[in-house]
Ligand binder design. Structure first.
Ligand code: NDP
Ligand code: HSE
Length: 435
């Protein structure tokens, strides 16, 4: 049996998961590839610790480029994260015609267009299934399984850390900080968790999803990103009261005038499937014109779920080594020369229904002032309710559900409502998706 020699750059949460799953499932994997996979080299900052884990037969370097340049290494797996060293080492691997497997969404989102162009020019492969939605094979589904469709929309939970935090806060009454600490301990969070909690990680994944769904370049800078740090317990509780759950959703939609790309906390009806996706699990709902709605569910973060995706890419790459480069699935699903430049829509153009919570002085006329302003900006009210505050704060909450309205109209109306004398705070607002 042929031996395929792998260089592992990064022996952290995912790197260790990959080694463990490769060892445990070596027989199954060999039967699938017809090859024996051996990790021959690795790179870690702490060489001693990595050697202790990998065993003395694996050569452990301190410099990632040493792994890439090692003549013994056929395929490189990049699991260090970040966009500087990782970019350099991927470019080096591509120039040496060594296929690379990566789980690095920040790198693919920021540098994917460049890396894929280089790889295509060199007839090389950069495989990145693990970069999006952890263990769910969503890239394969979008690039291959749904290739006969015109994809209309993709929406879902693509960040395990924030979904875990929201679930822990709701189910166990944990504080945000406690839940984030647990997510870090469990290996779900990014090295810098700001990427998770501010929606950046989900935004990077969404930019990749939109690219492979619609055949556009990867444009992370065009994703509207709102994380979960400004969410209040009051809104999570109010959502429950009205039959909703709050989820951090990543949404991209095809419209006649462009594509929407947005990440934000969203109210979803508690009876819909997405609402019951809890903990570090992810779920992605894809709508194709031929297939209709399809749903993909699984662990979005963690050592072994991510290893599952990394190893699936590794197996693909090994199989493709016997193929001509022309037979490779294009990195972004569509032929490079047919990528489109349809614009990404400004967030102001996006239409949603909204939940608004406005803390007001309990006195006559306030409600009609608020309703008047909403009418002025053509925001139609679907339901309105006064809600007694659970805290000892002054005032009462007015909760309003609107019909679909433009984001720019809600922004303008909120600004004017905030200026009313009887208002304590700017309206808290959340978009609603019904699926
Ligand atoms: P970790 O921080 O656990 O592991 C990264 C490892 O790389 C650490 O051991 C780190 O060493 C090492 N490292 C970083 N820079 C260098 C360098 N220049 N030279 C040598 N070693 C280096 O991260 P994860 O394993 O969680 O994540 C790895 C990648 O996988 C990231 O891109 C992440 O976004 C992605 N990913 C992670 C998932 C998860 O659930 N954790 C899921 C999907 C993707 P040190 O600790 O000393 O800094
Ligand atoms: N930090 C990421 C998450 C890891 O929580 O989803 C998986 O990409």
């Amino acid at each position: 049996m042929k031996t395929v020699k792998v260089g592992l750059v990064g022996v952290g949460t995912v790197g260790r998961g990959v080694v463990e799953v490769l060892q445990r499932n070596c027989e199954e994997i060999s039967r699938r590839t017809g090859s024996q996979i051996v990790v021959v080299a690795a790179c870690a900052r702490d060489v001693e610790k990595a050697t202790e884990f990998l065993g003395p037969e694996v050569k452990v370097f301190n410099d990632p480029l040493d792994v890439v340049r090692d003549d013994n290494v056929d395929i490189v797996i990049e699991l260090i994260g970040g966009t500087t060293t990782a970019r350099t080492l991927l470019l080096e691997a591509i120039s040496l015609s060594k296929p690379v497997v990566t789980a690095n969404k920040a790198l693919i989102a920021e540098c994917g267009n460049e890396l894929f162009a280089q790889a295509a020019a060199n007839g090389s492969i950069v495989a990145y299934e693990a970069a999006v939605a952890g263990g769910i094979p969503i890239i394969k589904a979008l690039r291959e399984g749904l290739a006969g469709n015109r994809i209309d929309s993709v929406a879902g939970i693509v960040n395990g850390t924030t979904n875990f935090i929201l679930s822990e806060m709701r189910e166990k009454g944990m504080s945000f900080e406690e839940a984030l600490g647990d997510a870090q301990r469990l290996g779900y969070a990014e090295a810098d968790p700001t990427f998770d909690i501010e929606g950046i990680d989900a935004g990077q994944k969404l930019a990749i999803i939109a690219a492979v769904s619609f055949g556009i370049s990867i444009q992370p800078e065009k994703v509207y990103c709102e994380g979960i740090t400004k969410l209040t317990e009051a809104d999570i509780l109010a959502a429950e009261e009205f039959g909703y759950r709050v989820k951090l959703l990543a949404i991209t939609k095809r419209r006649t005038d462009g594509f929407e790309m947005r990440v934000h906390p969203t109210l979803v009806p508690d009876k819909c499937v997405i609402a019951s996706v809890d903990g570090p699990m992810n779920a992605v709902l894809v709508h194709g014109d031929a297939v209709g709605p399809t749903l993909y569910y699984g662990a979005g973060a963690g050592a072994e779920p991510t290893a599952s995706a990394v190893i699936s890419d590794l197996i693909d790459v090994i199989r493709l080594q016997r193929a001509n480069a022309a037979a490779y699935v294009p990195h972004l699903a569509f032929q490079r020369e047919h990528l489109s430049d349809v614009p990404i829509l400004d967030m102001g153009e996006v239409e949603s229904s909204f939940y608004l919570r406005i803390r007001v002085r309990d006195e006559p006329g306030v409600l009609s002032d608020i309703a008047g302003i909403l009418a002025e900006y053509a925001v139609s009210i679907e339901a309105m309710r006064q809600r007694e505050s659970n805290s000892n704060d002054e005032g009462v909450d007015i909760v309003i559900f609107t019909h679909k309205t433009k984001e720019s109209s809600i922004n303008d109306a909120s600004k004017k409502i905030s200026a009313l004398e009887a208002i304590y705070n700017a309206p808290a607002r959340l978009r609603i998706e019904m699926f």
